[in-house]
Design a protein around this ligand. Structure first.
Ligand SMILES: [Zn+2]
Length: 141
């Protein structure tokens, strides 16, 4: 009897494990989606600047290298998150867990950070070291 119960518990544990895994993958995919939207806004800005310099026969905007740098960094973040998804998917259910499901990694605290900047355009607080607002794409300085 206790054996059957143990097996049921183990089965439920596996379901909970897989559910939690799926939730983590979904969360990371959501983060990748946010990064992709930031990249899209950078690409749009880049296209806009390039078009205007072409049409007005003006030299390339000095913003262009900064935007390119931001896109590179965002694509690196995307790659890191895709690796994270692979790692999560590779996790195997082990033994009936007596401990609760691991809590997700703490999100970056919304409290003011070193070098934090507020976007002059949309008011969002951004981490130090970023050149463009991840919310609206405005240049930060
Ligand atoms: Zn903004």
């Amino acid at each position: 009897m206790s054996d059957i119960f143990g097996r049921l518990k183990s089965g439920a544990g596996k379901v909970a494990f897989e559910t939690e895994k799926m939730a983590r993958v979904n969360r990371i995919q959501g983060e990748i989606g946010n990064i992709k939207r930031q990249m899209d806004s950078h690409y749009m800005r880049l296209g806009d600047l390039t078009y205007r310099s072409f049409v007005n026969n003006e030299p390339q905007s000095p913003e262009v290298p900064d935007i390119c740098q931001s896109i590179t960094s965002l694509s690196q973040q995307t790659a890191a998150k895709q690796e994270e998804i692979k790692r999560v998917n590779a996790e195997q259910f082990a033994a009936p867990p007596s401990t609760p499901a691991p809590t997700p990694a703490p999100q970056a605290a919304p409290s003011p950070q070193q070098g934090a900047k507020f976007c002059a355009n949309c008011g969002k607080q951004n981490q130090g070291g970023v050149k463009f607002c991840p919310e609206c794409g405005a240049k930060l300085d």
